[in-house]
Design a protein. Structure first.
Length: 66
C-alpha cells in the first residue's frame, strides 16, 4: 500500500515509480485529490498497468495491476 495522501505532485508519482521497481503484479495507492489520481493513473498506464479507482469521502484508492 502506497499512502500518498496529503502530498502534492509530483511526489505521489515518484513514490509509485519507486514502488514499481520491485516488479509486483499489483499495487494499491491512496491519494486525496483529482490531480494526483490522474497523474498516477497516467504514469501507471504508461508502464503497462491497468488502473481501477474507488472513491470514498474524497479519497481515492487506485489499484494498479498487470
Amino acid at each position: 500500500m502506497i499512502d500518498a495522501r496529503g502530498l502534492s505532485c509530483p511526489q505521489p508519482v515518484l513514490m509509485v515509480a519507486e514502488a514499481l521497481k520491485s516488479g509486483e503484479a499489483e499495487y494499491k495507492v491512496l491519494v486525496d485529490g483529482n490531480t494526483p489520481k490522474e497523474n498516477v493513473t497516467r504514469y501507471a498506464e504508461s508502464k503497462g498497468y491497468s488502473v481501477a479507482c474507488e472513491e470514498k469521502d474524497g479519497e481515492f484508492t487506485l489499484t494498479l495491476s498487470k
